[in-house]
Design a protein around this ligand. Structure first.
Ligand code: ATP
Ligand code: MG
Ligand code: FE
Length: 332
């Protein structure tokens, strides 16, 4: 079984080929047009997908050793994501599947972020809990089987990646600021400044408060010292990161206790954060958890995870029709 998978939900155009469950490649074109705007501009993202998609698919096929005639199915991200971006991928996938006369497989992007854990060994065992942390989502998911997942907690407002990026912007860092906060935090003191830790009911998160807290804090400090940010950048980054991680892990611990689960995974772009990885490891040691973190290229948006999800759907015969449409707010 050879499947071509396409990812185009946000600002990464990606294609991957999976052969009998084994990922052969993962071609990713990152869009740089958004940097100067400090965030993804949907209209520009759609146009860039339009430009990148065919070269990216071409490269995936050319480097796979499989000809397009040998493809058994074409898979694509149906949602959630930016409507215009999704439309480019969905339309391409439909045309390609139609031309090759093979079935189409629609994939949920958030499910795929979790299934990235099945690309390499060791793999988590069911049921496990996955904390999915990205630019658009923050979810605690109880994973009962490859295609059977339940969201047990999520953010009521901003995603944690958004909190990283927005506070980074307040510090004058370029977009996306998450990786830069991570970088500067390594040299800083996480206890230098304290920001409020939200505690929402049950397993819910809230990340909008920290943005406002940092905004007012900086405004007050800059009044006395216009150089406050540059003089304290590392401590600010470390303190912000510390607060965000604390919120993430508090609820993760709670979820693990409630569901009695010891296999704990993280997924999504923010799982690249070194502070989160370190704190998760020490928590795991303390509670006897086994932890799972995908390779970096499978953490951020990529088509290999879409291919992995498509593989499981193919095995179950879960295909979609030519009348399928993207869903910007698709649920797990
Ligand atoms: P979604 O998957 O919810 O649609 P997305 O596609 O934008 O959102 P990803 O590409 O998975 O999300 O992740 C991007 C996010 O990850 C950005 O917010 C970015 O700042 C953040 N991020 C990446 N690396 C790090 C890091 N080392 N530390 C903190 N945040 C990071
Ligand atoms: Mg992205
Ligand atoms: Fe994503």
């Amino acid at each position: 079984i050879n499947i071509l998978a396409i990812e185009s939900s946000c600002d990464e155009t990606s294609a991957s080929i999976i052969s009998d469950g084994k990922i052969l490649n993962n071609i990713i074109a990152t869009q740089s047009v958004h940097e100067k705007y400090g965030g993804v501009v949907p209209e520009l993202a759609s146009r860039a997908h339009q430009q990148h998609l065919i070269p990216v698919v071409h490269e995936a096929i050319a480097t796979s050793g499989i000809t397009k005639e040998e493809l058994s199915a074409v898979a694509f991200t149906r949602g959630p994501g930016l409507m215009g971006s999704l439309l480019v991928g969905v339309s391409f996938a439909k045309s390609f599947a139609y031309a090759l006369d093979v079935p189409l497989i629609d994939v949920n992007h958030m499910q795929a972020h979790i299934l990235a854990h099945f690309i390499d060994d060791p793999k988590p065992t069911f049921p496990f809990i996955c904390l999915t942390v990205s630019g658009g989502h923050t979810q605690l998911v109880l994973v009962k089987d490859h295609l059977d997942m339940e969201v047990i907690g999520e953010t009521l407002d901003d995603a944690v990646g958004e909190a990283f990026d927005k506070t980074a912007k307040l510090l004058g860092l370029p977009y996306p600021g998450g990786p830069l906060i991570d970088k500067y935090a390594k040299e800083g003191n996480p206890k230098a400044f304290s920001f409020p830790v939200s505690d929402m009911p049950n397993l819910s998160y809230s990340f909008s408060g920290i943005k406002t807290a940092v905004l007012y804090f900086l405004r007050d400090q800059l009044k006395n010292n216009p150089k406050f940010i540059e003089e304290n950048l590392a401590d600010l980054c470390a303190s912000i990161q510390f607060t965000l991680i604390k919120m993430l892990l508090q609820k993760l611990k709670k979820a693990a206790d409630i569901y009695g689960v010891k296999d704990i995974a993280i997924a999504g772009g923010v799982s690249a954060n070194s502070g989160l990885r370190n704190e998760l490891q020490s928590l795991a040691k303390k509670h006897g958890w086994r932890t799972f973190i995908p390779k970096f290229e499978y953490c951020t948006d990529n088509a290999a995870m879409i291919a992995m999800a498509a593989h499981y759907k193919y095995l179950k015969g879960e295909f979609c029709g030519m009348d399928v449409v993207p869903e910007a707010r698709m649920k797990i």
